[in-house]
Design a protein around this ligand. Structure first.
Ligand code: ADP
Ligand code: MG
Length: 272
């Protein structure tokens, strides 16, 4: 316990808190395909934890286990010191876990603001019935939700497009809107599946900065999947490396960079 509770200070002076999430011996099968094979790792409060690996390694599957979208075939997910039972993704979201998707999943016809507002849905307390019966409370909640959405929009510097339909935005900004929607849920843990995929260099730099700012400003714990090794090495406190469903490395960027199994996986024959 004492080890788990300890705060760590990293080489570059970042404060990392106790373990907030623990994956214990996770296996995930789809029929005959073993997407994840007996993987364990933890995520500490306030850290930026990267999951990397070649295509098909099982990274998105792992993020989907964390978000509750998949229930592991074997193994346990521990969150805030308790074993998490199998639960629906919306229940996991209510516990403070928000995510973005590898392929953007926004409401294209809706404005940026309305999309960000949907991020508040998991947080709304009034049920439909009480909204109908007690208009005042629902209205107060709506105002509070809007304030938070606007705050996130300001923070991510997308005020100028808040009324623009998402369909009209360039790719890089859509990715930022998706980040805004996830942030609007005020998550404890933010899961980002390839937040910079398909971006140009400038867009990547912007996204990297926003990820660091979010972590710094709100103390949000972040688990992210990313292909660009430069980005991963710059952003993350610790890295889990997956290959063919297995964990082949786990440690600081420097440790992982010098791990022979990792080097082999990246320099070896590309597999899809
Ligand atoms: N819903 C699914 N049904 C069947 N197989 C799947 C499903 N999702 C992922 N897989 C398989 O699991 C493996 C890991 O996929 P994925 O987690 O998407 O990898 P990554 O994100 O690292 O590219 C792949 O072999 C993929 O084909
Ligand atoms: Mg993936």
């Amino acid at each position: 316990m004492s080890e788990m509770a300890a705060e760590q200070i990293t080489a570059d002076g970042r404060r990392i808190g106790p373990v907030v999430m623990e994956m214990k011996n996770i296996t995930l099968r789809f029929g005959g395909v073993v997407a994840i094979q007996d993987i364990s790792f933890d995520i500490r409060e306030g850290e930026i934890r990267a999951i990397i690996g070649p295509n098909g390694a099982g990274k998105s599957s792992m993020l989907n286990v964390i978000s509750g979208f998949y229930v592991p075939s074997e193994g346990e997910v521990w969150y805030k010191g308790a074993r998490r039972p199998a639960m629906k993704p919306y229940m996991v979201a209510r516990q403070g876990i928000a995510r973005t998707f590898q392929n953007i999943a926004l409401f294209e016809g809706m404005s940026v603001l309305d999309n960000v507002m949907t991020g508040r849905l998991t947080r709304m307390n009034s049920s439909m019935w009480s909204q109908a019966l007690w208009k005042g409370r629902a209205e107060a909640e709506e105002v509070a939700n809007r304030e938070i959405a606007e705050k996130v929009i300001d923070f991510l510097e997308i005020q100028h497009i808040r009324k623009t339909p998402v369909a009209r935005l360039p790719y890089g900004l859509k990715k930022r809107v998706e980040l805004a929607r996830a942030l609007a849920a005020e998550p404890t843990i933010l899961l980002l599946d390839e937040p910079m995929a398909g971006m140009n260099v400038e867009e990547k730099e912007d996204m990297s900065r926003f990820i660091l700012d979010v972590n710094d400003e709100f103390g949000t714990t972040i688990a992210l999947i990313e292909h660009d090794m430069g980005v991963v090495m710059d952003l993350s406190d610790r890295v889990v490396v997956m290959d063919y469903g297995k964990k082949i490395g786990d440690g600081t960027p420097d440790e992982v960079r010098n791990n022979q199994a990792v080097i082999d996986a990246y320099l070896g024959v590309a597999h899809d």
